[in-house]
Design a protein around this ligand. Sequence first.
Ligand code: KG4
Ligand code: ZN
Length: 378
Amino acid sequence: MKIDKNVENDGVIFMSIKENDERAQETGSEGDVTILAIESSCDETAAAVVRNGREVLSNIISSQIALHTIYGGVVPEIASRKHVEKINGCIRAALDDAGVTLDDIDAVAVTYGPGLVGALLVGVSAAKAISFAKNKPLIGVHHIEGHISANFIENKELEPPFVCLVVSGGHSHLVVVKDYGEYDIIGQTRDDAAGEAFDKVARAIGLGYPGGPKIDKAAREGNPDAFSFPQAKIADAEYDFSFSGLKSAVLNIINQAKMQGQELSQADVAASFQKAVVEVLAGHAIRACKEYGMDKLAIAGGVASNTSLRELLEKECAKNGIRFYRPSPVLCTDNAAMIGAAAYFEYKKGVRFGLDMNAVPNLPLGDRERRYHGRSSR
Ligand code: KG4
Ligand code: ZN
């Protein structure tokens, strides 16, 4: 994976990501399906051109993270306005990098939920405009289905069924991927998402936003056994997660130290907190593979780029005879290539959205909402 990075005048980071895979640069053949995909659900404006669900011809990400850092989190209004400024440039760059025009694409795909409504609407409007102007089929993609599908890009042989641990800023799900686009949710968080817990704890210990990568880095210098933080078990739902108790335990330790005038080691708190999260995530995922008789485990979402989680799962999978799939870190966090991958399998099933497609900020995973959009005259 080769990443060209450029910091623009407004602080937005523009990235063009290229696969090292030479096959991706080969010219297409008859029957290929080339999809232009768009993602704008949070603070990344992204566009990509993906062939046959697994070959990324271009992958452009315009990241606003630096703009939101001073506020300690994503400011929805700023995010929407930046998406409006950046979206056309991202789409143009994605087409140019792939060496195609809008006439060459077979469909346009876009994340239509879940996410920030104002942010989603920018991508949805752009995709609808292209679909209408160029008379191309339109496909709405669930953001989390996109994250799961990131695994198909670098693992050309990966096919369902498999277990997937989806851990992002807004979601923590353990799912059985029964088939392309078909999921059984077997566990989810009762309160904070895993990424949200990383972000909140990072803020509390003074590491700032975005918390996940900062805790990941700080933890490398710390002792994971310095503090013993709780790992919640939920009695009636063994695959569900809960991170709010853990977050409160970290806050208590910080307050206690303050009252006693003691200096806490940021690195030790980060390492101990991370250990508690990662052990729960890995424990649930491995148990699910065993119980459901699956010998393949994939991970997805921003938290899936966590070094410690990847190392622990690699070890546990090897021990238990499970094949472990994890996207490169840049495909774990938000991008449009994953949306193009998910869209391909929908396209093949004949799913087509109408121009009445709308952003759905709280779209549940596995929701059959696409049924209502799924008929189009195109
Ligand atoms: O998937 P994503 O990019 O956006 C959402 O769909 O939410 O995930 C972002 C989340 C943030 O909470 C961020 O702190 C977390 O993923 N994250 C990490 C790491 N990199 C990003 N968490 C732990 N370790 C990391 N290395
Ligand atoms: Zn995401």
